[in-house]
Design a protein around this ligand. Sequence first.
Ligand SMILES: NC(=O)c1ccc[n+]([C@@H]2O[C@H](COP(=O)([O-])OP(=O)(O)OC[C@H]3O[C@@H](n4cnc5c(N)ncnc54)[C@H](OP(=O)(O)O)[C@@H]3O)[C@@H](O)[C@H]2O)c1
Length: 266
Amino acid sequence: MASATNIDLSGATYCILSGASQGIGRAIAVELSKHLGPKSLMLLLARNKDQLAKTQELCQSDNIKVVYQSMDLSKATAEEMLDAINNSLKGYKINDFANCVIFHNVGSLGNLAVPTERIEDVDEMRHYYDLNVFNVIKLNTQFLKVFEEVEDRVIIVNVTSLCAIKPMSGMASYCSGKAAREMYFRVLAEEKKHVRVLNYSPGPVETSMIDYVLAETVNANLRDVFMSFRSQGALLKPEVTAKKCLKVLLQGKFSPGAHVDYFDDE
Ligand SMILES: NC(=O)c1ccc[n+]([C@@H]2O[C@H](COP(=O)([O-])OP(=O)(O)OC[C@H]3O[C@@H](n4cnc5c(N)ncnc54)[C@H](OP(=O)(O)O)[C@@H]3O)[C@@H](O)[C@H]2O)c1
């Protein structure tokens, strides 16, 4: 059953956003910053410092403080993640935040040059899962530990994909990783009814991921799908899907752990 409660971010809100240096992550950060109340604090994570600084600049307003931490989330330890969160919180009290939000947006596509029936380099796949599944879970756990006392104020958004629920030729790592990641958040939502959990699927979006697919894939079907998205002008702008993501989140109509797609009716 859908929850009817709106989400109100107009109070002081703490927010972590992974993969915030470009693409959908940057657009969500900018859109989110427009909704946050006074004394809010945003922590942006990704590797590229210069691009994180640019996102910070785009989000900055009198209401909120925006900080960033360059971090390779495929390798970061639980301690490094916890330190990043705690460092960002210096000078703040957890109880001062009306909402504590995390956007798990980080993502990659993995090796698209190996046909599905030839995948055997398990180390490579493990590395893929480290970034896209295991360390997402690890970061989420650090976040939940820090905000344990105020867990009823926690909001989790996982940026998922249609590929989590529908197979796409040539994307075995991506589809299986997105499916595992989404199911983890669904289980969490099942257990923690007082935590708001949304799996938001952004639709096909014009970001560097599209260039990567077209440059790397050996799967003709996948190339055709993405080429026709591009030639038909069907790719969404990051800002457009980011707006929808925030709209879905703030309306709060989604059921716990629901997979909500850009193209779903409101
Ligand atoms: N584009 C689409 O059509 C589409 C569709 C459905 C779902 N999605 C999902 O949307 C999310 C964002 O994708 P996007 O299209 O915006 O891709 P993108 O432009 O490639 O952005 C990926 C983000 O993840 C960060 N990242 C990658 N590897 C990292 C690492 N090892 N450590 C830390 N950060 C890392 C990147 O920053 P650095 O390089 O600075 O580290 C970047 O900020 C992903 O979860 C993706 O699966 C995208």
